[in-house]
Design a protein around this ligand. Structure first.
Ligand SMILES: [Zn+2]
Length: 187
């Protein structure tokens, strides 16, 4: 059975059995916060449990590395929508130790792309179009610095209203322990 069929089969039963009833909530976060974190598989259940978050408690945005790569990209837009339309009053950026984006170099990624059929010609076209693919695929060196940088970008975004605390934390993907990097109430 394919993954997709497995999901669809399970889903049919899930709905028939009314399993969803215990998750019923609204689109507004009970705890009035929006969290930006990493897509790491280890955080899928661990992060909400370690923060005592249940369904409906927070808006959760995930990408590779908990990064805001562009001030007008979809991550920043999601944060602004959460603040202006969905009643989020505080923002948390949560990076983690042993992140796939930590120390990520563009070269091995580009090599994998080539093995999967992306041609030098395509890469050259991007380059001549002014797209720095190597820069785009560059990870970060230090998770604390990366979290602090994301907090800084969000905090100083021209469209973020004054007085919204932006906190920065790093989570241990094994124990769930949080370390505070930026206390948003202090800045
Ligand atoms: Zn990660």
């Amino acid at each position: 059975m394919t993954i997709l069929n497995e999901i669809l089969d399970y889903n049919q039963q899930f709905v028939e059995d009314h399993e969803y009833e215990k998750y019923e909530t609204t689109k507004f976060p009970n705890k009035r916060m929006v969290i930006l974190t990493c897509m790491d598989t280890r955080l899928l259940e661990l992060l909400p449990k370690a923060l005592n978050l249940g369904n409906g408690d927070a808006k959760l945005i995930k990408d590779a590395g908990a990064l805001v790569t562009h001030p007008f990209g979809s991550v920043m837009r999601s944060i602004l929508v959460a603040v202006y339309q969905l009643q989020a009053q505080e923002i948390l950026v949560i990076g983690h130790h042993d992140c796939g984006m930590s120390g990520m170099k563009p070269e091995p990624v580009i090599d994998s792309m080539k093995e999967r059929g992306i041609t030098d010609e395509t890469l050259a076209t991007l380059s001549y179009s002014g797209i720095d693919i190597e820069q785009w695929l560059q990870g970060f060196e230090n998770v604390n610095d990366s979290v602090a940088h994301s907090v800084d970008m969000i905090k100083h975004h021209p469209l973020l209203p004054k007085g919204v605390p932006v906190h920065g934390l790093v989570i241990d993907p094994k124990t769930g322990k949080l370390d505070l990097v930026v206390d948003g109430y202090q800045v």
